[in-house]
Design a protein around this ligand. Structure first.
Ligand SMILES: Cc1ncc(COP(=O)(O)O)c(C=O)c1O
Length: 465
């Protein structure tokens, strides 16, 4: 290894840290005996990365409008009093402070299994449910328990956590099927089948429904076609249903459990977006048909074995789930939020749909809107006016790097207006654009933000055509 050094010291002293620091200080300063960090893929989680840039601008006095992350609470959603009361009552119980069973609290898993079974389609038991520390954790475990040489095909663009976990694990570029912005963001299912057929290493299909970042809500026919592909090619399914109950503008969708039949599959569900309680770090997998496929059962076992070594997941939110979901105010609260997202979706669509240089679809699920730049309208000479010298200098320095054109726009938008969105190419697509959220609680402020974005799109593109 390149960074390896010949440390001419007795072994026992290498590990006697104190001795090592004091007596071999010189050697230590020169670096460690090996290069210890696992090499990364060079891919970054832009949703968080952009925060560093925005914070740097904050220090220069820019007022940042956070449109980067899907956290309703950060965007001003008030936790309702009844929900606070459920949690404070739970905090009076000692058991909420302890470990929970590895798979999750028994009563909660029973409650969730019953919710699935009541639909009369797939039937599961509490043993088919495994809790994690947020779906981010479930996603990491799902991909790391798969053999290195087999792959999961995923949508493009895709929610970064899935792609990063899959690619880091396999150390090869991803396999994707495209979501088509000119067709309402619907997936190219023919491409999906072509790739599954020709690439024998693909063992599973990821679907995110409703989708992040596109907001696409899968109609039942599309889901049935995907399940059928999995059945015909002996694959398993991962359906990320984080946003399952966040659907509006008259759209409807169905859960995987309704259509899966005998195909092995995992539905991923959570409370980060729905309660919303992203800080709870609580999400779960529902496993379908592990009893019908030995290979799949072994894979689920590998996930569970990993989980056991960590003991369990966060206890308090698990215990809160049945109490919150059955609370008489839960549905009215969720419905009120859906009406708000619907309103914001239509405000944004109304402002951006006729704008030159970009195309948008009306969002009908999750709470994002993704704007795509028309082909070839962006280049590396465009800019926005930034009056403040140090801010302008910083943005120009960032924009001088060899970066994607949409990232360049996002930096200029941030420097000129404080509006912090995510470049679309960071969701692993060649389509240039950006994702914003529909989470702002103040409607007038939201409208102003979208109008500003619209004006800046035009000004930026026309600054150097
Ligand atoms: C599609 C999707 N899956 C999973 C997650 C992760 O959620 P959690 O907060 O449960 O880790 C997110 C968060 O934005 C998401 O958008």
């Amino acid at each position: 290894m390149g960074a390896e050094k010949n440390l001419d010291i007795p072994q026992e002293k290498v590990y006697g840290t104190k001795y090592y620091f004091t007596h071999y200080h010189k050697s230590y300063e020169a670096g460690m005996r090996f290069d210890i960090a696992k090499s990364g893929s060079g891919l970054v989680y832009e949703i968080r990365h952009i925060v560093n840039v925005a914070n740097r601008l904050k220090r220069s006095g820019v007022e940042v409008i956070w449109e980067n992350i899907g956290d309703p609470v950060q965007k001003g959603e008030k936790v309702p009093e009844w929900m606070r009361k459920v949690l404070t009552d739970l905090l009076r119980k000692d058991c909420t402070y302890g470990y929970s069973p590895t798979k999750g609290a028994d009563a909660t898993r029973e409650f969730l299994a019953e919710k699935v079974n009541r639909r009369g389609k797939a039937q599961i038991t509490p043993e088919d449910i495994i809790f994690f520390n947020g779906l981010g954790d479930a996603i990491a475990r799902a991909y790391s328990a798969i053999r290195l040489d087999v792959r999961i095909i995923m949508p493009e663009p895709t929610y970064s956590t899935h792609l990063l976990a899959e690619v880091h694990h396999a150390s090869f570029p991803p396999n994707t099927y495209r979501m088509n912005p000119y067709c309402d963001w619907s997936p190219d299912i023919n491409e999906l089948e072509r790739k599954v057929k020709s690439h024998k290493a693909i063992v599973g299909i990821l679907v995110i429904n409703p989708d992040n970042p596109t907001g696409f809500v899968y109609p039942e026919e599309a889901l049935v076609r995907i399940v059928d592909i999995a059945r015909r090619y002996d694959l398993f399914l991962i359906f990320d249903e984080t946003y399952h109950n966040i659907v509006f503008n008259g759209k409807k969708t169905v859960p995987l459990s309704d259509i899966i039949g005998e195909v092995p599959g995992i539905a991923m569900k959570g409370i980060s977006k729905e309660f919303p309680w992203p800080g709870s770090r609580c999400g779960w997998m529902e496993i379908y048909n592990a009893d019908k496929d030995e290979t799949f059962a072994r894979y689920i076992d590998a996930i569970l074995t990993q989980k056991m070594s960590e003991v369990c997941s966060t206890t308090l939110p698990q215990m809160a789930i049945p109490r919150i979901m059955t609370h008489p105010q839960y549905q009215p609260y969720l419905q009120e939020r859906l009406r708000h997202y619907e309103k914001l979706s239509n405000i944004a669509y109304g402002i951006l749909k006729d704008l030159p240089y970009v195309m948008v679809n009306r969002t009908c699920g999750a709470f994002y809107m993704t704007v795509v730049f028309n082909e070839a309208v962006l280049n590396s000479r465009q800019r926005l006016t930034i009056p403040q010298d140090d801010v302008r200098a910083y943005i120009e320095e960032l924009a001088a790097e060899p970066i994607e054109f949409d990232k360049r726009f996002v930096y200029y938008l941030l420097g000129a207006t404080g509006i912090c969105v995510i470049p679309l190419t960071s969701f692993f697509t060649d389509l240039p654009g950006f994702r914003m959220t529909l989470l702002e609680r103040d409607e007038a402020k939201f409208e102003h933000v979208v109008r500003t974005i619209g004006e800046k799109i035009v000004a930026y593109v026309e600054s150097a055509r």
